[in-house]
Design a protein around this ligand. Structure first.
Ligand code: SF4
Ligand code: MG
Length: 313
């Protein structure tokens, strides 16, 4: 299948005072049409920044963002506004991402107005249809966000993203703020609308069990870099990078079988202000050798569509 989005050597460095934070430090990846690419890593590894960069919600320091073959990093404001219809975002916190003074109807109507989608007189019905699509009772059109629980608020967020009929949606921890009991319902909804509207997802989460459930391929990030990238099955059953192995060891599995190579991560993620030399994971890697401290491993293809950045693989 064909790449809808392709990112080449994407970099985002923030400067704070005299220090440079290397939030995203040279990422390349592609997402195929109708695919879900999972992006995982601990908090602070740069995954949310990567998602926002692909939408140009924040500007990159350098790199290419090709959407349907066009480098949108070169687009001016006007062309970018048109592009916004194709690319949307679902946010982590359905409590913070909805304006408390706007009704559900107004919230979902807004993108239709901003992008002048449909005729004015039809928009109200479009809103009701969107509400039905995401499993919200259309009779709640005049309710306010505070009257809804977290799951329903996130459905509003999904309807708002869907309103402009996008092709690509960045889903940034879309169920992390929800009760476990409603996470599955929202994930199922996202998969249903993906199929119905032929959507392409970048699905960001710190939770590997969620990502495993929804992704076709998975990219693992550590301190601004991708360290492993493979098809979901392959990543889980033929894990290569020590960091991915450590993340997997932390996932509770509902069996009595002891996991073979349990790696426990020690210490916190180092600051991206001053990332470790060589392999950025060397300060926490149980297999680190002398060269790991000085030589940065490249992301190399080690199997069919399986990429790993580690000297030992
Ligand atoms: Fe560990 Fe070295 Fe591989 Fe980095 S390159 S993950 S430090 S073994
Ligand atoms: Mg985040």
């Amino acid at each position: 299948s064909q790449a809808l989005l392709e990112v080449n050597n994407l970099v985002k460095h923030f400067t704070t005072g005299t220090q440079t934070v290397k939030a995203v430090d040279g990422i390349s990846l592609s997402i195929n049409q109708s695919e879900t690419l999972g992006l995982v890593g601990e908090s602070g590894c740069g995954k949310s920044t990567t998602g926002r960069l692909t939408l140009r919600l924040i500007e990159s320091t350098s790199g290419e963002i090709n959407f349907e073959g066009q480098n949108i990093n070169d687009f001016n404001k006007r062309n970018m506004k048109k592009m916004r219809k194709e690319m949307q975002m679902i946010f982590q916190d359905p409590y913070a991402s909805l304006d408390p003074r706007q009704t559900i109807g107004e919230t979902i109507m807004r993108p239709l107005m901003v992008h002048q989608i449909g005729k004015k007189k039809d928009r109200y019905n479009q809103v009701l249809e969107l509400m039905e699509k995401v499993g919200l009772d259309p009779r709640w059109v005049n309710r306010f966000p505070h009257e809804l629980d977290g799951g329903r608020r996130q459905r509003v967020g999904i309807a708002r993203a869907l309103a402009v009929n996008p092709k690509y949606i960045v889903c940034d921890e879309p169920v992390s703020a929800l009760d476990v009991s409603i996470q599955a319902q929202v994930l199922n909804l996202m998969q249903d609308i993906q199929e119905e509207f032929n959507l392409t997802y970048l699905f960001i989460s710190h939770d590997l069990s969620v990502v495993k459930h929804v992704s076709d391929r998975i990219a693992v990030m550590y301190l601004g870099k991708i360290v492993e990238l493979a098809e979901a099955e392959e990543l889980f059953h033929n894990t290569q990078h020590p960091y991915t192995k450590a993340l997997l060891s932390a996932v509770p599995v509902p069996t009595l079988e002891e996991k073979p190579h349990k790696i426990v991560l020690e210490g916190d993620v180092p600051s991206p202000k001053n990332p470790p030399s060589g392999c950025r994971f060397h300060t926490r890697c149980p297999f680190a050798e002398a060269r790991c401290k000085v030589e940065e491993p490249e992301l190399r293809e080690v199997g069919s569509e399986h990429f790993v950045a580690c000297h030992l693989v």
